[in-house]
Design a protein around this ligand. Structure first.
Ligand code: NOJ
Length: 915
């Protein structure tokens, strides 16, 4: 017998107030209130306790009134990261420390005493450019660079640390006799009771970022790119929750959390990473408004030095705070990636288009949709199956009526080089007749409740137990379920989607797991709530990796995430709604994720909830094609919306957006390679590329794809014109639709039709594309590369293209990759090897080159290879501008220098092919 789905999620339509009331607001969060309402604390340090080792400094802190004693550790790395860790000096029991997020042990520098006084000591390290001033009474920590203050920790004495209680002796802990109100030992929200095994355990600290008045990050929130001042609104809540049809312009918690804040000013970018996996709230206050009183004479305006105050408040755990000192944005990204890992290099197919729906009904439906893409000449790579493909929401199984032959279905897709993704959620249907369930139960792989029994909650299958992915034993067990022999009906072309992994519990508090549930090692769920989805993602990654014997790159989409999830695959922004506002907000949401390391991210194209009108659908495809993860998805009771169902005009506009995405994949793939090795996000806010141009700091409707393309997706209905900011007074911008050139440092009113996708190539760059796209990414290889060389004001341009086999780890293990540079100088375009460690040989050719920005043509272009010079076919149209030419050389010149020519360093030479 099937249990009816017990979801309180409406299956369509935007949720009403009753649904929203499930979730806490700031005033319902007792630990946050306790800290906000408390007068300042008085921590002091004493010089006698300062201990310097070759890995940093340690110091004891003591609170004047309570006599709480804490241990402080300060460590610094050579690359500009300072780590400040605070724990109880003598806890009654160990506090939770986040493991598995940091990648390996950092190398810390010895700290030296630069100078000291009775009330403070100044430490330094490395070349001595950075100083750390430790003030003792009250305790403060100030980090500066060559005399310029960057950040002060505990400037307002808000360091807060509730020491763990022995539950048997907790009566001393009452809060004027009203425990519930203060939430010390027990608290109730709606009908849910939370019993705190260790009593109150919250931690918090404030810090000031000097000279900064723009901050970013702290995903996931459906809000503006620039963080808001929360002194007049809700704090940023980091607590992973399943919020169907979430509100926009809100700082309430969503599916994932990355506790990273990035601050930017013209001369410096800095970051703060607060490594804590419990519920966390962050308050931001800008103290920076210069006095704009126009009555004051110029030069007399009283200027307050800009400063942003940030206060972090977590429910439990310890303080482990990393200050990333930059000074450039690229350095902040790399400092953070050295801590939590770089973006996984996605298999090429996963950068193509994905077609999803809750649900594709049966095998015939999947095949028909697959065929529909071919008959409408729309490329795509992956079909997705949602929960209905299973036998009664038992993951790892198939509905035998609807999907009787899943392996054959996968082979059918695989023949066209296409893949299948299936869903695998963390809740497991309680079914003693199901061997998977029994194995999990017998193996002790489920989370427990506070009484020590297996925790039960409801989700899609009805009564369910939840796998405890925080245990490495459970992760390995789960990973083994993906082996081809265990997972019946699976083949190597099946990939995975982890959903509902906040975790979503329909009958739980705030639709998630109670905080007093218990994980492996006796840890309360409250300690690691924000890590739950990360751990499932990690286990699934391990599963797909092991399935291929460690040779193939996994692809897994996860809804929930934490810092470090970038190492494991892609994420998306959950259950958005098919309205223009949600299309618009997808851009700042994805930029915030990208800035904080989660770079393979996307939003459901078309909007998950409700039905988009055709214009919105087209605009969403156009925008989605310019975002890293590109998947159309729709909820169960929405109308079908395959791209060909709305008439030829719509089909044609969608086809052209998807085809353009495919043609641009050499560029996207090269950007993902850069993200993988240097942490630069493939999509970036304008300010990352124009760090000293303050007009870019708050722009969130436009962004850069790499450093070459500026995009401004149309996100409003019925528009005939969009306003585009083209930054940089020394820049030239080429409209990729018309080749028209515009000078930078201006706004442009660009006329648009339904088919226009505003994309501008920056002068000084070379963008690789494929000359055609075929029906999937596998077909791309058959199309030669074309280069668009956009000249800067000096007539120069540079770019790279990265190539490898697109699916395995041989780029890493056998150096089977090729990085090829193209540079245009004084009328010559030269290709050369940009990394001579790479030994990948491909048949890829550069067939044609388009040069934007040539005003005249003095000589006919020639291709030079070795001593030979060959004329090339070309077209030059002074009115249209671009010079484009096609190489006659075997249909094109090889983009990939063979190891014996360009890439070999055996004879020390790197022959160049000149055009
Ligand atoms: C919630 C997910 O966000 C959505 O994408 C999915 O279709 C449903 N769960 C059903 O699995």
């Amino acid at each position: 017998m099937e249990v009816n789905v017990l979801s309180t999620e409406p299956e369509s339509g935007v949720p009403g107030d009753e649904f929203k009331e499930k979730f806490k607001k700031n005033h319902d969060i007792t630990f946050y209130r306790r800290q906000r309402d408390k007068a300042v604390s008085q921590y002091f340090a004493s010089l006698e306790t300062l201990l310097l080792t070759d890995r940093g400094a340690s110091l004891e802190l003591c609170e004047r009134d309570s006599q709480n004693r804490l241990s402080l550790q300060i460590r610094a790395t050579q690359n500009g990261t300072v780590r400040v860790s605070i724990d109880e000096l003598q806890p009654v029991k160990q506090r939770y420390h986040v493991s598995d997020v940091l990648v390996g042990e950092m190398t810390y520098e010895p700290l030296r005493v630069h100078w000291k006084r009775e009330d403070c000591v100044c430490l330094t390290w490395g070349l001595g450019q950075y100083q750390l001033l430790v003030s003792f009474l009250p305790f403060k920590l100030e980090i500066s660079c060559d005399g310029e203050e960057i950040v002060t920790l505990n400037p307002e004495n808000k360091l807060y640390f509730e020491t763990l209680q022995d539950p048997t002796r907790s009566s001393s802990n009452s809060c004027q006799g009203d425990e519930n109100q203060c939430g010390l030992l027990k608290e109730t929200f709606r009908q849910f009771e939370d019993i705190k095994a260790n009593g109150p355990s919250s931690v918090g600290m404030d810090l000031s970022l000097h000279g900064f008045n723009h901050t970013y990050g702290l995903p996931e929130h459906a809000d503006t790119l620039v963080l808001k001042d929360t002194s007049v609104s809700e704090a940023y809540r980091l607590y992973n929750l399943d919020v169907f049809g979430y509100d926009i312009n809100s700082r309430l918690g969503l599916y994932g959390s990355v506790p990273v804040l990035i601050a930017h000013k013209p001369e410096r970018t800095a970051g703060v990473f607060w490594l804590n996996a419990s519920e966390t709230l962050v308050d931001v206050k800008y103290n920076s408004e210069p006095n704009e009183n126009e009555d004051e004479p110029p030069g007399k305006k009283s200027k307050i030095a800009p400063q942003t105050d940030v206060r972090w408040i977590s429910e439990s755990g310890t303080i482990d705070c990393f200050i990333l000192l930059g000074p450039t944005a690229a350095q902040v990204f790399s400092q953070y990636a050295q801590l939590t890992g770089y973006q996984a290099l996605p298999p090429l197919f996963s950068l193509g288009y994905h077609q999803c729906r809750w649900n594709y009904e049966d095998e015939a439906d999947v095949k028909a949709v697959d065929a529909g893409f071919d008959s409408h000449s729309i490329p795509y790579d992956v079909m997705w199956l949602d929960i209905e493909h299973t036998n009664g929401k038992r993951y790892f199984t198939w509905d035998s009526k609807l999907f009787p032959n899943p392996a054959e279905l996968q082979r059918h897709l695989q023949k066209k080089n296409r893949k299948l993704v299936v869903i695998s959620d963390p809740h497991i249907k309680i079914d003693p007749d199901w061997s998977f369930y029994c194995e999990a139960k017998d193996g002790g792989h489920f989370v427990k409740n506070r009484e020590g029994a297996v925790y039960e909650g409801t989700c899609w299958p009805g009564e369910s137990n939840y796998l405890d992915f925080s245990s490495s034993k459970t992760r390995s067990w789960y990973a083994r379920q993906f082996s081809l022999s265990k997972y019946e009906g699976s083949t190597e072309s099946l990939f995975v989607w982890n959903d509902m992994n906040e975790p979503s519990v329909f009958n739980g508090p705030e639709q998630t797991m109670p905080k007093d549930a218990v994980h492996f090692g006796g840890w309360e769920h409250r300690e690691l709530h924000n890590l739950y989805g990360f751990y499932q993602h990690m286990a699934t990654f391990e599963g797909l990796l092991t399935r291929s014997g460690g040779t193939e790159r996994p692809f897994i989409l996860s809804r929930s995430f934490f810092a470090g999830s970038q190492r494991l695959g892609a994420i998306w922004t959950g259950d958005n709604v098919a309205t223009w506002e949600y299309l618009k907000i997808s851009i700042p949401m994805l930029l915030s994720l990208s800035l904080t390391g989660i770079q393979f991210c996307g939003a459901d194209v078309g909007g998950f909830v409700q039905d988009p009108d055709p214009e919105l659908l087209v605009r969403w495809y156009q925008a989605g094609a310019l975002q890293p993860f590109f998947r159309g998805h729709s909820a169960k009771v929405t109308k079908r919306r395959e791209p060909w169902l709305f008439g030829v005009e719509v089909t044609s506009a969608i086809r052209s957006a998807v085809q353009d995405r495919y043609c641009l994949l050499p560029y996207w793939y090269t950007l993902f390679h850069q993200a993988h090795v240097s942490a630069l996000p493939p999509i970036r806010p304008l300010w990352v590329e124009f760090p000293s141009d303050s007009s870019t700091f708050a722009v969130e409707n436009q962004y850069m794809i790499g450093s070459a393309l500026l995009v401004c997706p149309v996100t409003d209905p019925g528009v005939t014109e969009v306003r585009v900011l083209l930054p940089g007074s020394d820049e030239l911008w080429y409209d990729t639709n018309t080749a028209e050139v515009h000078k930078g440092a201006r706004t442009l009113d660009l006329p648009v039709t339904l088919n226009t996708v505003p994309v501008f190539q920056r002068g000084g760059t070379v963008v690789p594309r494929r000359a055609g796209c075929g029906s999937s990414t596998a077909d791309l290889q058959q199309h030669p590369i074309t280069l668009t060389v956009a000249l800067d004001t000096k007539g120069n341009a540079d770019g790279v293209v990265y190539l490898d086999d697109g699916h395995s780890f041989s780029y890493r293990d056998q150096k089977q990759f090729c990085l090829c540079r193209f540079s245009m100088r004084v009328g010559r375009l030269v290709s050369s090897c940009a990394d001579d460690k790479g030994s990948f040989v491909s048949d890829d050719k550069v067939e044609s080159v388009v040069i934007l920005g040539l005003n005249s043509l003095k000589r006919k272009p020639k291709l030079k290879s070795g001593a030979a010079r060959t004329p090339v076919m070309f077209e030059f149209d002074v009115k249209r501008g671009p010079l484009s030419f096609v190489s006659p050389y075997n249909g094109g010149t090889r983009a990939q220098p063979s190891p014996n020519t360009h890439c070999s360093s055996a004879n020390g030479s790197s022959p160049k092919r000149r055009l």
